[in-house]
Design a protein around this ligand. Sequence first.
Ligand code: I24
Ligand code: DGL
Length: 264
Amino acid sequence: MDRPIGVIDSGVGGLTVAKEIMRQLPKETIYYVGDTSRCPYGSRPKEEVIAFTWQMVHFLLKKQIKMLVIACNTATAFALEEIQAKIEIPVVGVVHPGARSALKNTQNISIGVIGTKGTIESKVYERALRSINNEVEIYSKACEPFVPLVERNCLTGDYARSIVQQSLAHFQETSIDTLILGCTHYPLLQPLIQEVIGEDVTVISSGDETAREVSAILYHHELLQTDDVQPNHFFYTTGSRALFSQIANNWFGTPLHNIIEIVL
Ligand code: I24
Ligand code: DGL
């Protein structure tokens, strides 16, 4: 099946998920849409996030994608169920794979979740976790300063550490042994988060788990690419092509070819 996998995000953060899909499924073609001109979604109202997400989905459906990955946690929180119910192809979000992986890991069924304001207030991780194990104890915290920190490339040093310490102080009085990174940007802060939360807590990156889920779903639907062809990925951005390519090339460590500005 040589149709592309669609990946959507509020901006460039979903490239963390796209890169992991490309690593795990090197024959698959990715069509990525990043709504960089309207990023961030994290503190926008639900109806707005749903409307913006649908615009990206409609764009990709015209390009014959065989499967859709909602790489943005906030968009998953607000729009996943609606989109799954209304389109024909398989749709995965980043929340359920992260939740499943956390439950597999936890020994004391006590899990922490961090994400944007929208993701945490939606309680989407709580619902996903409880639907699998109703006994689980969940501690959630919106870490609003983390996205701006990553976007200023402030990933190490005393300032970043103090911001991470302040936000994660919330978990000090808890017994969590597992922490879910419920936001595309947080894997970039993972070394610092691990250092602050301590070695006894396992940190789960929802994006990495999602890539494994994508592979399982494509296999199950017999949609995997079996031909040995070099995939030709496309990256669509609603913002500046130059800025997108700067970040994407840096993140992939190699220049990407097809970066295209679009209007949704
Ligand atoms: N990282 C992210 N977003 C940015 C950024 C960044 N600027 C520097 N770095 N900007 O997200 C967001 C707003 N831009 C987006 C592009 O169009 C204009 C507006 C995290 C990206 C994760 C893949 C730092 C930086 C980088 C490359 C890789 C990683 C990284 F430049 F953190
Ligand atoms: N992509 C968003 C998420 O994973 C983070 C950035 C934003 O707020 O748009 O929730």
